[in-house]
Design a protein around this ligand. Structure first.
Ligand code: ADP
Ligand code: MG
Length: 278
């Protein structure tokens, strides 16, 4: 790793220990190839299926610091690029996280970019084509990207409404990697490892996850994510009873509809997966 050479501000973003990531397909190879060509990458998939963990793992693998920005509806171009601040010595320019990554050669991960305001998505355009530069409009400066800089965004197609979608002109700039909940055996391996539960318990939780995912479209926007199954596993691991763990980690967070919650709870309780039965 080249962390010693990182400018001060970025050394805090170095990933020193390998983040556990269980590959599901060829995503590691595709990302590495994209990085080699410094192509921007879009991770597409539902929430809680491993996108953030994957980019952390890739940053570690490639020896680059990772600057993550969680987009929200008030995120502006200035939040990404930077702004002038009033200081005792006058106005001083403060780099935003994107500028820091662009200058220092980090991987910048914009999580759920579609949430951000339009001007924030437009500011990334010049970084995603041959220009590879970030315009700091307020400062009248064009910052050329460090050779190691790379941009990754995440995007959950399930949530998007027509009014809140990425523009085609933005989408088409990215190489896309598709994510979904892994096959049951692989997901069980991940849950067992992350929650530190037995393989049998993990397989039971996966069965619960599958039942909830079967209700997708029938009132449930999304089924239980890998993240939720891990939460349930951690509650079990800490000694919570099975029904309480499932209720707290899955049934309550997944929907505000009491009827739907009851239906799902009943479907799970009716035949509790083997690994969870006492
Ligand atoms: N393939 C995987 N390898 C390792 N851990 C995973 C994997 N997929 C999901 N996880 C686990 O699920 C959790 C949620 O994943 P995360 O990357 O935060 O989801 P997303 O960013 O897609 O919403 C992670 O913290 C990790 O514990
Ligand atoms: Mg994430």
């Amino acid at each position: 790793m080249t962390t010693d050479l990182m400018p001060g501000a970025l050394s805090a973003h170095a990933i020193r220990d390998e983040p556990y990531y269980r590959a599901v397909g060829d995503e590691i190879e595709i990302f590495a190839a994209a990085y080699a060509g410094r192509l921007p990458v879009m991770l597409k998939g539902p929430t809680g299926c491993g996108k953030t963990r994957f980019v952390e793992h890739m940053a570690w693998r490639l020896g680059r610091p990772l600057v993550t920005v969680a987009a929200h509806e008030d995120l502006t171009a200035a939040d990404l690029a930077g702004r002038f601040l009033l200081a005792p010595e006058g106005t001083v320019w403060q780099n935003g996280p994107l500028t820091m990554a662009v200058r220092g050669g980090a991987i910048c991960y914009l999580d759920e970019i579609v949430e951000a305001r339009q001007d924030a998505t437009v500011v990334i355009h010049p970084l995603t084509d041959a220009r590879r530069a970030l315009p700091l409009e307020k400062k009248g400066e064009l910052v050329p990207a460090h050779p190691d800089f790379q941009l990754t965004i995440s995007y959950n197609p399930g949530y998007q409404s027509a009014v809140k979608d990425l523009k085609e002109s933005t989408k088409q700039r990215f190489v896309a990697i598709e994510f979904d909940y892994p096959a049951p055996a692989v997901e069980a391996e991940i849950v067992a490892r992350e929650a530190d539960v037995s393989g049998e318990q993990a397989r039971g939780l996966i069965e619960v996850g599958l039942r909830s995912r079967n209700l997708r479209g029938q009132g449930l926007a999304e089924g239980a994510s890998t993240r939720m199954l891990i939460h349930a596993g951690k509650l079990l691991r800490a000694g919570a009873p099975v029904d309480a763990a499932i209720r707290a980690a899955i049934l309550l967070p997944i929907t505000d509809e009491p009827d739907l919650r009851e239906a799902l709870g009943a479907a799970i309780a009716a035949s509790l997966p083997a690994g969870l039965a006492a």
